[in-house]
Design a protein around this ligand. Sequence first.
Ligand SMILES: Nc1ncnc2c1ncn2[C@@H]1O[C@H](COP(=O)(O)OP(=O)(O)O)[C@@H](O)[C@H]1O
Ligand SMILES: [Mg+2]
Length: 142
Amino acid sequence: MELIFDKTTNSLEESKLIAKEIFNQINLQDVVVLNGNLGTGKTTLIKFICELYKIYNSTSPSFSIVNEYEGDAKVFHFDFYRIKKVEEIYDIGFEDYLNYEESIIFIEWGNLFPEILPKNHFEIQLELNSDNTRIIKFIKHN
Ligand SMILES: Nc1ncnc2c1ncn2[C@@H]1O[C@H](COP(=O)(O)OP(=O)(O)O)[C@@H](O)[C@H]1O
Ligand SMILES: [Mg+2]
C-alpha cells in the first residue's frame, strides 16, 4: 500500500483540483474505492472526476447500487451503503463489471465488503473536520 497524497480541501473548487490529480493517476480497468462517512463528499468527488471524462449526469447510486455512464470512458459507479449481503452485489453482475475491459469503476462504501475488492485498487479516504474542511487521502493498494 502506497500513500499517493494526503490533502485538505476547504471548498468545492479545491476538491475539483484534487479530482483532477486523481483523474491524472487513474486509467481504464482501474477500481477506485471511496471510503468515508455520509456527507464527507464521496459522490461529489466522483462527480468532479466524471466531468473530466465529459460525463455530466452522474448521481448517487445508493438506491440503484450501480449507475453506468458513458463519456470519454465508460464509468461504473457503485454504492454499497444499502447492501446487506454480498450476494446482492454478485446478483447484479459485479464480476461482469470487473471484467468489462474498457471502464473505470468507482465504489462508494467499498470498505463494507472488502472481501470482494480486487487486490489491486485505489482507495480514497475522506474525512470531514469540525471546521468543515475535508481530508482526502489517495492510496494505491497492490
Ligand atoms: N469540498 C467540499 N466543500 C464543500 N462542500 C462539499 C465538499 N464536498 C462535498 N460537499 C458537500 O457535502 C454534501 C455531501 O456530499 P456528498 O458528495 O453527497 O457526500 P457522500 O457521498 O460522501 O455522502 C453535499 O452537499 C456536497 O455539496
Ligand atoms: Mg454518496
